[in-house]
Design a binder for this molecule. Structure first.
Ligand SMILES: *Cc1c(COP(=O)(O)O)cnc(C)c1O
Length: 412
């Protein structure tokens, strides 16, 4: 008889987006003639750019020849991609990394979920709240998060980010072993300034805290003063692991490629006080459990760094950010308190009249036939907010905003 890992049983059954889908399906069953506009799920909608598609074709043709066939690649990724990452994502920002500090992966979800394997189950963890659910759920599965009571995990320290603190999390008043940060933020669409990020790095250095920094949306930053990488802050090499993804940057949600930086200066401690390098541990972990990202995906990722590639992905990001601008302006004009959207593809909207996230979700679904994501699905401080994404066509975005405007008009 095999005993189950009962930490899994602590997780609520349904995933947020499955809940939303079932509510949308219920609406459709009752209103078969009505169409719905979805500004809910965080998936990109625009096609791959031509530079990437060409690279995929070329890589596929190569694989069709004996000389160009590629089987298992290096677990850490091909050098051609790791070199491009150093050259284009870090050097221009004055960040000097070694190629062995770059680990190519199949995306940031796996890496942000798996990274906690490097540390003992009894470390203390903190997350900004609301947050991408993967961070907490992956800690639940290993027994580090405790149990859920009233929507909170007993062993997770929540750092609230709400309108009340202008979405700037307060540095904890005690030491934590691990902190997850995500900037630009999913779900709030807000960013962190260099000054604020410096406070976190200094806290981490002072307290020997490990920071897991998710930079999946860095390509959406428009304001030149906002940091794209935590390594822009001095000392971060000693305290931070950083996650990147081509999913939102270049529409790779279905291609799958990302990378993680684990600096060689980074250490954690054994019970008897010995310092262990995390770069080596992650290499060991990846070589055991991961067999590399496909050659074709890595050639596709490499193409995002060519001159055409960079221009084309900037164009697509500009397309989404035009949606974000219209949404932000329109929500504010309609009288909502709306946040984010300036350096990220998400708009975070306060629900009016104190209604709950799910209440507002329902009212808008039935009243305007528009789908958003209830903020409470991202953590307790998300209650009373909903998230709208800019990942849609201009037309669908306009249509959704038009419907929301009409719906509000009818309810006046
Ligand atoms: C979308 C997203 C990712 C990217 O996940 P992939 O596995 O690379 O597709 C990572 N972190 C956050 C916060 C995200 O929203």
């Amino acid at each position: 008889m095999a005993l189950v890992n009962d930490h899994f049983l602590k997780l609520p059954d349904n995933y947020l987006f499955a809940d939303i889908a079932s509510k949308v399906n219920a609406f459709k069953a009752m209103h078969p003639k009505e169409d719905i506009v979805t500004l809910g799920i965080g998936d990109v909608t625009q096609p791959l750019c031509p530079a990437v598609v060409d690279a995929i074709h070329r890589a596929a043709d190569e694989m069709a020849t004996p000389a160009g066939f590629h089987g298992y690649g290096p677990e850490q990724g091909y050098d051609f991609l790791r070199e491009a990452i150093l050259k284009y994502d870090f050097l221009p920002r004055g960040i000097h990394l070694d190629i062995d500090e770059v680990f190519v992966s199949d995306g940031a979800k796996s890496d942000t979920g798996n990274i906690q394997e490097l540390i003992r189950w009894d470390n203390s963890i903190a997350v900004t709240d609301p947050i991408y659910p993967v961070y907490i759920d992956s800690n639940v599965m290993i027994g580090r998060a405790g149990i859920q009571q009233n929507g909170r995990w007993t062993n997770v320290n929540y750092l609230p980010c709400t309108a009340a603190n202008d979405f700037v999390p307060q540095i904890p008043d005690r030491r934590m072993d691990v902190i997850y940060l995500c900037y630009p933020n999913n779900p709030t669409g807000t960013v962190i300034t260099k000054e604020e990020l410096r406070k976190w790095v200094n806290y981490a250095l002072r307290n020997d805290t490990l920071i897991f920094f998710d930079a999946a949306y860095e390509a959406y930053i428009q304001d030149a003063s906002i940091p794209h990488s935590i390594y822009e802050i001095k000392g971060a090499r000693k305290c931070a692991i950083e996650f990147h993804s081509y999913s939102k940057t270049a529409g790779f949600t279905g291609i799958r490629c990302g990378y993680t930086i684990v600096p060689k200066d980074l250490t954690a401690v054994t019970l008897d006080g010995q310092r262990i390098g995390l770069n080596h541990l992650w290499l060991r972990r990846q070589s055991t459990k991961f067999n590399g990202t496909s050659y074709i995906s890595q050639r596709a990722a490499e193409a995002t760094y060519t001159a055409e590639g960079r221009r084309q992905i900037r164009e697509t990001i500009g397309y989404y950010m035009a949606n974000a601008r219209v949404m932000l302006d329109t929500f504010r004009r309609l009288g909502f308190l709306a946040y984010g959207g300036e350096n990220a593809p998400y708009i975070w909207v306060k629900t009016p009249d104190g209604s709950s996230s799910w209440q507002f979700f329902h009212e808008m679904l039935y009243g305007a036939h528009v789908v958003c994501t209830p903020g409470v699905g991202f953590g307790p401080s998300g209650e009373g907010y909903v998230r709208f994404t800019a990942f849609n066509s201009h037309e669908a975005t306009q249509e959704a905003l038009h419907r929301i405007g009409q719906w509000l008009e009818q309810n006046r």
